[in-house]
Structure formats: structure tokens, C-alpha cells
Design a protein around this ligand. Structure first.
Ligand SMILES: [Zn+2]
Length: 439
């Protein structure tokens, strides 16, 4: 049993500050919370005191497979549009990945995520020459570091029929592994969704197969939709329908659906997403980097969460950018709206893990972040969002607890991270060599 003494707890739902709160954690659950209650739990270990505490941060969309892509020494062709960025960079890089590279990418991302206060990554994976077993490889890497996750493999028709089938099988098989683990151990740190690239690389037949797997495994689809204008244009031209309407036609929209980007979805499609209680993941830094545009109708969606799309795991930087971009575009969302989006990642966790996330209350899962932030003005219910979006940064993360385990304390892991990064640099060189043969 562990305790956090005299915490200043910042709650994002509803916005309120609680001062001098003791938090008691037993195994992976918060079992008590209140003022001066540690004396009621003799023998519990006080791990920190006088820290600011929030619930863990969820990165609701990421790609660990891009971890080694930083400044690769490979001559990539210049791209004139978004689809060429995919063809010239990402669809070469993902084909060049092998098991060792995926394994180290996941470890590096887990470490970086935790240092940023991220306790869960909702990942969307692609490695077409290492499909079978890729998800269990990521699971093992994440769990070794202590990170919670929801994983899927990106199904697409762009690599031929055989690889489409392998991808669907990998998703289904991984969901079965998770079910078995839950049955045997009673819980799991990793969950499974059903991955798909984007409607413009998925035939009707593949969508039908994915729909069957979603139903069979009781999971939802995790898919990019209308990230660039190309997706709706292509779908209207070839399939005579909008991307979201195609997903609805194949029963792929429900409360477990994770719809990513939606930069070019229209108001009718937003209504369909809302009607099906699905969630949309906003990744503004990636959208700006790819020059794909901006959706000014985000405020019409009932549920929006925040992801990084693989551009590191600094969700505070992502959140601040999201807010500034909205101001610049005059999209009429408030700072509180954005903090709510960050908190909405917990809705995905609740829907997939079936447990309570996102509050510091009795019976909730102990995914927590302890921060060092010297507040020059008092933090009040009314200004939590101002402090968090304008003045917090990920360097303030001091301690991270995931599933009741202390994975980071005083910004240190309880293992040596240097060999992992050394191996990562070695694997990145090999990845560049593999890519050079393909460009
Ligand atoms: Zn993505």
C-alpha cells in the first residue's frame, strides 16, 4: 500500500482544486482520499508529499513505428501533397521495419511518454514486413517499461490481398490474446482495438471483414478519416459516398470507434459520429506539419480527445497548440474545452478496459502524475485551464504511477535507460540502410 501526502489535486471533470489531500493506493486502485487520513493506514509507504497531482495523461492516437524516423540519413523524394508524403516517406519506412526495430521503438516511446506524464498510449501500428506478432511485441515492450496501452494493427489494401488478410488476422488474434489474459489474470495493462488505415486504402470487402472482426471481438475500429482532402474526394469518386458514411454502412461506428483527424468531415458526418457516440481524435501539430488544413467545426462534435499522431508524446505541447490554432482560426473553443478533450482520453479507457479512469476517487484506477510547478498565483477552480495550457510543461513531471506501480520517481526510472537509447540509435542506422534499398 502506498500513499501521497498533502497533494494539491487538479480535477478536470468538473474543474476543481482540492488542497492537502492524502491519497491511498492499494494494488492498482485508489482506496481512499481525504485530509489527514494517512494515520488510518499504518504501514503504508508515503512516496511523495506536497506535489500537484493530476490523473494520468492519455495520448489518444500515436504511432510508435515512427520513433526511429528522426533525421534519417535517407534521400527522401520531395512531396507535393499529403499522399506523396505517405508514399515517399511513411510507406517506405513502415515496410523497412523488422521485429527488433518495432521492439526498440516501443520501448523508446514508452520511456518518452512517461517522462511527459503520459500513462496510456492508444497506438496505431504498421510494419507490413513484420505483421504477425507485431502487437504482442509492442505489448511486451510497453509492459516492460510499465505503460498502459490500447494497440491495433493498421489494415490496408495498399500492400496486396495477402497482407490485408494478415493484418486482419493480427488484430483478431491479438484481441483473443488479451481476452485470454483477462480471463487468466483478471486484468490486463494492454487492450486491443481493430486497426485500419483510412477509407481511401480500404475496399468495401475489407471494411466488411473488419466489421465482422469488430463484432466478433467486441472491439471498435481505430482509423484515420479525412485527414487530407484526398480521402473524401477519392471516396466520393470511387465509392459514391463520404468516408464516414461508408464506415456507417458497414456498421463500423459505435462507442468503441476511434476516428482520427476528421479534418475534412462535413456537418452531416459529424452528426453521424455523434449519433453513434464515437470519439474523434484531434492531432493539430501533425495536421499543421502535413499542411492538410483545419476543421473549424470541432465544437459540433460531442466527443473529441487529443493525440500526437507520433510527433513525440508531449500532450501539453499538443494541447497548447490545439488551443492557439483554434484562436488563430476563430473556431470559438475555450481553454476549458481543450482540457476537457485531454480528459476525454479517459472515456476511451473506460470503454475498452471497463474500469473507472480519470478521477481521484475511491475505486478508480491509480494512473496518476505528480508535478513540480511553482505557481506564482493561486490555482483556483476557475483558472486551472489557464495554468495548465499556458504555463505547465512536461518538464514539470516528477513522479508517474501507472496501474498502482511507481514507474517514474523524481524523474528517474528504476532501471538504466541508456542501453535502450544506444540500441535505438543502432537500430535507426539499420532502418536507414533498409530504406536506402527501397527509395
Ligand atoms: Zn495517425
Amino acid at each position: 500500500m502506498i500513499a501521497i501526502e498533502k497533494a494539491k489535486f487538479l480535477n478536470f471533470n468538473p474543474f476543481c482544486v482540492e488542497n492537502d489531500i492524502d491519497i491511498i493506493i492499494d494494488k492498482n486502485i485508489i482506496i481512499d482520499k481525504g485530509k489527514n487520513i494517512i494515520k488510518n493506514y499504518p504501514g503504508c509507504e508515503i512516496i511523495q508529499k506536497n506535489k500537484i497531482v493530476t490523473t494520468g495523461i492519455v495520448c489518444s492516437h500515436s504511432h510508435i513505428y515512427s520513433a526511429l524516423a528522426r533525421g534519417l540519413d535517407v534521400k527522401i523524394k520531395n512531396s507535393k501533397d499529403f499522399v506523396q508524403i505517405l508514399e515517399n516517406l511513411w510507406w517506405i519506412l513502415d515496410r523497412a521495419l523488422n521485429k527488433e526495430m518495432v521492439e526498440i521503438s516501443a520501448q523508446v516511446c514508452a520511456i518518452e511518454a512517461i517522462l511527459n506524464g503520459v500513462t496510456t498510449i492508444v497506438d496505431h501500428h504498421s510494419s507490413p514486413n513484420f505483421i504477425e506478432g507485431s502487437l504482442i511485441t509492442i505489448k511486451n515492450s510497453f509492459e516492460k517499461i510499465g505503460l498502459r496501452s490500447i494497440l491495433c494493427y493498421e489494415t490496408t489494401d495498399r500492400n496486396g490481398e495477402e497482407k490485408t488478410k494478415k493484418a486482419i488476422f493480427e488484430n483478431e488474434n491479438f484481441a483473443k490474446i488479451i481476452e485470454k489474459e483477462k480471463k487468466d489474470k483478471g486484468y490486463t495493462l494492454t487492450e486491443a482495438s481493430i486497426g485500419a488505415h483510412a477509407p481511401f486504402t480500404l475496399s468495401d470487402n475489407t471494411l466488411k471483414e473488419l466489421s465482422k472482426i469488430c463484432e466478433k471481438t467486441n472491439r471498435g475500429i481505430h482509423i484515420h478519416v479525412s485527414e487530407d482532402r484526398f480521402d473524401p474526394v477519392f471516396n466520393r469518386y470511387f465509392y459514391k459516398d463520404e468516408p464516414i458514411k461508408r464506415l456507417e454502412k458497414f456498421n463500423l461506428l459505435n462507442e468503441k470507434s476511434i476516428i482520427v483527424h476528421g479534418v475534412h468531415i462535413d456537418l452531416d458526418e459529424i452528426e453521424i459520429i455523434n449519433k453513434n457516440n464515437a470519439i474523434l481524435i484531434h492531432n493539430p501539430r501533425s495536421n499543421m506539419n502535413n499542411s492538410v488544413g483545419y476543421n473549424k467545426n470541432l465544437r459540433n462534435l460531442n466527443l473529441v480527445a487529443i493525440g500526437t499522431d507520433g510527433i513525440n508524446h508531449d500532450l501539453i505541447a499538443e494541447l497548447a497548440t490545439a488551443y492557439y490554432k483554434n484562436r488563430d482560426e476563430k473556431a470559438n473553443l475555450s481553454m476549458q474545452d481543450y482540457l476537457k478533450m485531454l480528459d476525454n482520453g479517459n472515456i476511451i479507457l473506460k470503454r475498452y478496459f471497463g474500469q473507472n479512469f480519470g478521477k481521484i476517487e475511491k475505486g478508480y484506477i491509480a494512473d496518476l502524475v505528480l508535478w513540480d510547478y511553482n505557481y506564482p498565483t493561486e490555482i483556483l477552480d476557475s483558472n486551472i485551464a489557464v495554468h495548465f495550457i499556458f504555463f505547465f510543461n512536461s518538464g514539470f513531471v516528477n513522479t508517474v504511477i501507472i496501474d498502482g506501480n511507481i514507474v517514474l520517481k523524481d524523474r528517474k526510472f528504476n532501471f538504466d535507460i541508456d542501453p535502450i537509447f544506444e540500441n535505438s540509435r543502432f537500430q535507426a542506422k539499420k532502418l536507414a540502410e533498409n530504406m536506402k534499398k527501397m527509395v
